[in-house]
Design a protein around this ligand. Structure first.
Ligand code: F6R
Length: 643
């Protein structure tokens, strides 16, 4: 895939604002890596080097630590360094940023549990050197407790290093909007968005505590060195506000603009909204105008000027930092080229149009009947994300297979499961049905589903998937439930991909020998399951790359429920008529357990069918605004090409 991302960085050493080459828009030093894994390793190296330096000087190393998804890989790497390279933590004293209130240590959602599971249980840090705010502290003792926490930090000489994540509210620690610059460790009421984000881990927002103890802004700012980690597109907006916006209590992380030694370490998703990435022509006059960047800039120019492509003038280009483009061509040629590029992405024949000249079509005409696998991470992404295209592929006579990568069992509510178990018991009063009923009824807030309950939930989703794809005319024999093992933990936290997962993927691709594979390229999925499922597709395809059928196998990426491709990225846009929009809606409706109050709603209160429909309509509206044909809705795809 052609990525439109920024140059790669390989080191994260701090350079004070004004001395780094980035842009006049940025007020916090930041380093963007193409991938969060590599970035995490660099951060771990910086921490390790600080620990060693302090060891040589026979001093303590005082670390402020964060929890959440962002630092997990950093901790993994520190553990690896301890186990394989002998990095010792015997001189390390840690202070964690925060803890929910109330919260027992042994609750799986506690930050105490998190820190021990991810770091402390695997290194040689003396237990007495670990400080994590106590979530069991009773009401009247809290103030003294918080003051004592502050004192303890000062007593050991202050924080040498503070690791941070950032919440979508702009919180650091749990310093939510409204936090004062001078705030110290205290009790805080969590913002609604923070509770929504934590909801899945607690199996529902109602179970997320309303309060927390957090280090204050002043506590964090007192650290000698700060690194904030930001991964994924979900963080892109808040990162832009923090790095480029004005300092404001409404975005507490902006206080970091005043810190003398703070670096944001980002991946390309989190850095994607920064001006230098989003609209680099506004910050760099000597910019190289690649084909993709040109396309991106022209789409942006249309939205800035409110014009369609063919109406853009030389003046529009000049006035908006794009004069460099006019050096080789005038606006007329640029406009026509861009118009044609977009025009050529539109096709009602996603499997290729038989007997047609395909030189400027997104798909090959031959073979006229293709074998197709649609990989769907959860049992509904297929119809949500590409229901219209799915329908056309079947209608146009291709051999379509759908492969559901995970069981999706965790997203079925207990109420639904109980209803099905009771129906089953009424028809056939079995012991198994009764066990399921009993265990659902006995389930506590933080306990996991038993295996039989998970099986039932998975089967509910299977039934719904069959209903949806039968409605689109697919034979049952072409429906595959892969139940990849990495997903089957019974919790939100999933395992890493294993050989077993990859073997299952390899075997289905090998069996079908597809000409087309569709997969979810949606990296903004809040639980990361889509990303893991995509990694599984990549790995399986890599392993099969020498098979002759793979030469003819194209991979098309669709986006799931959370995000759409940018117009300039789209390589195939499949239009839908108003009738097809309704058909797609009905197919999505078959997934009844995911309707009316789904368990993992994310921060968007619309149901999945509404999101999909609005997104598809929006894509069509954007094409229309750029001066292309007027369709009711469109599904969009990007072709992924392996190096
Ligand atoms: C965690 C903390 C929070 C998180 C933030 C981001 O100790 O204080 O500020 O860093 O909510 O969480 P993730 O990393 O899960 O996106």
């Amino acid at each position: 895939m052609k990525t439109v991302l920024q140059k790669r960085k390989t080191e994260i050493q701090y350079r004070p604002v004004g001395q780094f080459e980035e842009t006049r828009f940025e007020k916090i030093h930041n380093v963007i890596f193409s991938d969060s894994n590599e970035a995490s390793i660099k951060v771990a190296e910086e921490i390790a080097s600080l620990i060693r330096k302090k060891q040589e000087a026979q001093k303590h190393c005082v670390l402020g630590l964060a929890t959440g998804s962002s630092p997990i890989r950093v901790y993994e790497e520190l553990v690896r360094m301890h186990q394989e390279e002998g990095l010792s933590f015997s001189n390390v004293i840690t202070f964690n940023l925060d803890e929910y209130l109330p919260m027992e240590k042994d609750n799986r959602q506690s930050y105490w549990y998190f820190m021990h599971e991810h770091l402390f249980n695997h290194i040689d840090i003396p237990k007495e050197n670990i400080n994590i705010p106590d979530g069991t502290i009773a009401g009247e003792n809290v103030i003294d407790y918080c003051l004592a926490y502050e004192k303890a930090i000062k007593k050991v000489g202050g924080l040498d290093f503070q690791l941070l994540g950032i919440g979508r509210t702009g919180h650091i620690g749990f310093n939510e909007p409204g936090s004062h610059y001078n705030s110290g460790t205290r009790v805080i009421t969590l913002d609604h968005i923070t509770r929504v984000d934590a909801g899945p881990a607690f199996l529902g927002i109602a179970n997320v505590p309303r309060k927390a103890i957090t280090m204050g802004i002043a506590t964090v700012m007192s650290a000698k060195r700060i690194i904030l980690l930001g991964w994924g597109q979900n963080k892109a907006d808040i990162i832009k506000k923090t790095v480029e916006g004005e300092i404001s209590a409404q975005v507490p992380a902006t206080y970091l603009q005043d810190h003398k030694n703070c670096t944001f370490v980002l991946d390309s998703g989190a850095g994607s909204e920064l001006t230098r990435n989003k609209t680099p022509w506004l910050v760099d006059e000597s910019l190289e105008w690649t084909e993709n960047r040109t396309a991106k800039a022209i789409v942006w120019l249309c939205s800035e000027t409110g014009k369609s492509i063919l109406s853009l003038t030389d003046k529009d280009y000049n006035d908006n930092g794009m004069s460099g483009l006019l050096a080789a061509e005038d606006s007329y040629d640029l406009n026509i080229k861009m118009f044609n590029r977009l025009q050529h992405t539109i096709t009602g024949w996603p499997g290729g149009k038989p007997n047609a000249d395909d030189t400027s079509r997104p798909e090959r005409a031959e073979p006229a009947k293709k074998r197709v696998i649609i990989f769907s991470p959860h049992p509904d992404d297929d119809v949500i994300s590409m229901g219209g295209t799915f329908d056309r592929l079947v209608e146009q006579g291709h051999e379509v297979h759908v492969a559901y990568q995970t069981s999706g069992n965790i997203a079925v509510s207990d109420t639904d499961a109980l209803r099905y178990a009771e129906i089953s018991k009424r028809i056939n009063p079995s012991e198994e049905a009764q066990t399921i009923i009993d265990s659902i009824k006995a389930k506590k807030e933080s306990s996991f589903d038993t295996l039989p309950v998970r099986k039932l939930k998975g089967n509910i989703r299977r039934g719904e998937s069959y209903a949806a794809v039968r409605y689109l005319g697919l034979e049952d024999a072409n429906v595959h439930f892969l139940d990849l093992p990495f997903y089957e933990t019974g919790t939100i936290k999933k395992d890493n991909l294993s050989e077993d997962d990859i073997e299952i993927m390899v075997s289905i691709i090998n069996e079908v020998k597809p000409h087309q594979i569709y997969a979810a390229g949606d990296l903004a999925d809040p639980h990361g399951t889509h990303k893991v499922c995509l990694d599984a597709v990549f790995e399986a395809m890599k392993r099969l790359k020498d098979e002759p059928f793979m030469e003819d196998c194209w991979l098309w990426l669709y986006r799931g429920a959370w995000h759409e491709w940018d117009i300039n990225e789209i390589e195939m846009a499949v239009p839908m008529s108003p009738g097809q929009v309704l058909k797609k809606r009905n197919a999505i409706f078959c997934h009844q357990s995911q309707k009316d109050g789904v368990m993992f709603q994310g921060d968007d209160s619309r149901e999945f069918w509404m999101r999909a429909e609005e997104r598809n309509k929006d894509t069509a509206a954007r094409y229309r605004a750029l001066g292309l044909s007027d369709y009711a809705a469109m599904e969009a795809f990007v072709r992924y090409k392996f190096d």
